[in-house]
Write a protein that binds this ligand. Structure first.
Ligand code: ADP
Ligand code: MG
Length: 305
């Protein structure tokens, strides 16, 4: 079983879109997949066609009332199971405040659960609070979706520090395994520069004793594609909503990278897009001199949506 937390404390970077569509692609490839929706906004639940009704048991019950995962999960597609969120999760932070071991409740619930999933994907909200800490404590791996604009790299250091803290205190095995470039616009030079900077930063960390020492930027870039923005409101994955779209091709390609499969498994009647491979690794520092930052912002930022 691979337990993957999909984390970035920034909102709108593609966490939910990645969790749901990667899960759907892995399920279509025959893997048994469980999505844990740890965001009180319940976007992943809605995206998977399970809009919260306020009555159905959710991960709130698992975290706060020790309800077993088996009670809250439900099958939403063949091979694809969801443990939904509810708005109540927003209160979990406060309700768990005095509880010893509150960061490891989810990990213990997963350990007590005998269901043999191949993949557990955890969609997190835009914070590094107790819900995200539960995901980090329960995960073997972290995927970080990133929207490639300049400030993307600023938030990253805080996120990486948090994974290092969790690794030191509660989950020594957790590794950041991949960065997923989302909302990619190949036409902008800045997007490519951000990827180059990222690769440079990761190259410098290879020998360090940090959870991201083995991380890579996935070769697959998730291009900006309006079909990906449309499908959540239909409660469908991109494969059910627009199987021939670039968005479906990109998430199928990402699933293949995650599976480590070559040549790619094709989900539906798709031709998997071939994107430019990750830029050649250069020793670019992620922290740039102020002049470089200013030059970059002045010259490039307006080109990015
Ligand atoms: N590749 C993409 N192309 C177009 N729209 C996207 C893409 N990825 C995400 N979106 C849209 O951008 C918004 C933010 O994405 P989302 O996955 O919800 O981010 P997060 O979970 O990090 O807040 C959503 O409206 C989503 O539908
Ligand atoms: Mg989200």
């Amino acid at each position: 079983m691979r337990r993957i937390a999909v984390i970035n404390q920034k909102g709108g970077v593609g966490k939910t879109t990645t969790t749901v569509n990667l899960a759907a692609a892995l399920a279509a490839a025959g893997k048994r997949v469980c999505v844990l929706d740890l965001d009180p906004q319940a976007h992943a639940s809605t995206h998977l066609g399970a809009e919260p009704d306020g009555k159905t048991p959710s991960l709130y019950d698992v975290l706060v009332a020790s309800t077993p995962l088996a009670t809250v999960r439900r099958e939403v597609a063949p091979n694809l199971t969801l443990c939904p969120s509810s708005i109540d999760l927003a209160a979990a932070e406060v309700e768990l405040a005095g509880i010893v071991g509150r960061e490891v409740i989810l990990r213990e619930a997963l350990a007590a659960d005998g269901e043999p999933f191949d993949y557990v994907l955890m969609d997190c909200g835009p914070s590094l609070g107790v819900l995200t800490l539960n995901a980090l404590a329960a995960a073997d791996e972290v995927f970080i979706p990133l929207q490639p604009h300049f400030f993307a790299l600023h938030g990253l250091s805080k996120l990486l520090e948090t994974t290092a803290l969790v690794a030191r205190r509660i989950n020594p095995g957790v590794k950041v395994s991949g960065i997923v470039i989302c909302l990619y616009d190949a036409a902008t030079k800045l997007a490519q520069e951000v990827v180059t900077d990222l690769n440079g930063f990761l190259a410098q960390s290879r020998a360090a004793n940090v959870p991201w020492a083995g991380a890579k930027v996935f070769d697959t870039r998730i291009r900006r594609n309006v079909k990906l923005a449309e499908c959540p409101s239909y409660g469908k994955s991109i494969f059910a909503y627009a199987p021939r779209s670039p968005g479906a091709a990109d998430y199928a390609a990402l699933a293949n990278e995650v599976l480590g499969v070559a040549p790619p498994v094709v989900v539906g009647p798709l031709k998997v897009a071939v994107e430019t491979p990750a830029a050649v690794v250069e020793a670019a520092a992620v922290v740039m001199p102020v002049e470089a930052v200013e030059a970059r912002m002045a010259g490039e930022l307006p080109a990015v949506a």
